[in-house]
Design a protein around this ligand. Structure first.
Ligand SMILES: Nc1nc2c(ncn2[C@@H]2O[C@H](COP(=O)(O)OP(=O)(O)OP(=O)(O)O)[C@@H](O)[C@H]2O)c(=O)[nH]1
Ligand SMILES: [Mg+2]
Length: 353
């Protein structure tokens, strides 16, 4: 074929053509790239939802609502003496408030979007020698982490990507937490504490009641993540049957494999509580989405502030905020069809021209 004069397609060329021909919008084109790259069921589901247009539809509805609000204002400007009188200010205010609520709901999904892209951070933490690295190896299905009976074996943080239910998880094995005179071990403990800060979930490990309590007390002030207490080495028979504290408690043995499936289910359930598994819910998956919507939010908030201040700005000036917000949404979806442009051009004409 090439010999006959054909040429190879450029990267993304088919998607680009579909976009230019109006078959897809920019969000859907991004979804195709995400679908190709997806490494977990959650990412795959989110990308499919975006390709099906869930996010685009939500944003287009938002844009339409902004335009309607602009129209209300314009009506007020153009026909201040109409029989109906000026448009009710509380209607405009309620409209702006609703826009803000929709934008905030969408912005809140960006943590889920970020999570399905880079994985939820799940940290294994606890006292030295409690079987953390053995648990890491068992969950990751590899023998990556060194396991010995010498406390203080793990020095640096070790990461592995694993699937937990539909979710991609960045599993991190850390140095055992204790006060240590050894400089290298101390550095390892500092690394562990830094990781804890950004953890979504911490598996707090201990192999008996005392080490569990110590680990919970040590970890709790260092993280905002969810704590899931893991009793390790269940086969050794030193674990309490339950905890006094109202914390989820799972008993496992890396040696026999018992309890591992329950632990995986508990992690998955904890993630489900925070991130809705998103097949039909629109989710912001990229920084670009978050930035554009945040900019739109600033404009709508400024517009709303003017409503709350008793409409002190002239309507034509207040409308600039709505118009900018509309622009950010259009940039985000990446589509301006001819009708949109014509609508915009002709909407500035006087009635009857
Ligand atoms: N009986 C039993 N022993 C275990 C189990 N898991 C780990 N061990 C043993 O406990 C010791 C410590 O295991 P590691 O996995 O290295 O513990 P760690 O918490 O990573 O230790 P540090 O890295 O030093 O903090 C080793 O001798 C393991 O063989 C288990 O499920 N059952
Ligand atoms: Mg270790």
């Amino acid at each position: 074929m090439l010999a006959c004069g054909a040429r190879r397609a450029l990267p993304g060329e088919f998607t680009r053509r579909a976009l230019l021909n109006g078959k897809l919008d920019l969000l859907q084109a991004e979804a195709i790239a995400d679908l190709v790259d997806s490494r977990s069921r959650a990412m795959h589901d989110v990308a499919l939802g975006q390709l099906a247009g869930h996010l685009s539809r939500r944003l287009n509805t938002l844009r339409t609502e902004i335009i309607e609000l602009e129209a209300l204002l314009a009506y007020d400007v153009d026909f201040p003496d109409e029989d109906d009188g000026p448009v009710a200010e509380d209607r405009i205010e309620a409209g702006a408030l609703k826009l803000l609520t929709v934008i905030d709901t969408l912005l809140a999904t960006s943590t889920t979007g970020e999570m399905v892209r880079s994985g939820a951070t799940v940290i294994i933490a606890g006292a030295p020698n409690t079987g953390k690295s053995s648990l890491f190896n068992a969950l990751a299905g590899t023998q990556r982490a060194i396991v010995t009976d010498v406390p203080g074996t793990t020095r640096d943080a070790l990461e592995a990507m694993v699937d937990i239910g539909p979710w991609p998880v960045r599993l991190v094995d850390t140095a055992g937490l204790r006060t240590s005179a050894d400089m290298i071990e101390r550095l390892g403990i500092e690394v562990a504490e830094r990781y804890l800060k950004n953890a979504e979930i911490v598996l707090v490990c201990g192999d008996d009641a005392r080490s569990i309590t110590l680990a919970v007390d040590h970890v709790r002030p260092l993280t905002n993540g969810m704590l899931l207490v893991v009793g390790t080495k269940n086969d050794a028979g030193n674990l309490p049957s339950s905890l006094e504290e109202k914390l989820d408690y799972v008993r496992v043995s890396a040696r026999t494999g018992e309890g591992l499936a329950t632990l995986v289910e508990s992690i998955s359930a904890a993630l489900n509580r925070v991130h809705e598994p998103a097949a039909s819910n629109p989710v912001l998956t990229r920084e670009r989405h978050r930035v554009a919507l945040t900019k739109a939010r600033v404009e709508i908030a400024a517009f709303l502030q003017n409503c709350l201040n008793g409409f002190t700005l002239p309507a034509t000036v207040a409308a600039v905020h709505l118009h900018s917000a509309q622009g950010y949404l259009e940039e985000l979806v990446g589509v301006l069809d001819v009708d949109d442009v014509l609508d915009r051009v002709f909407s500035t004409f006087c009635v009857g021209k």
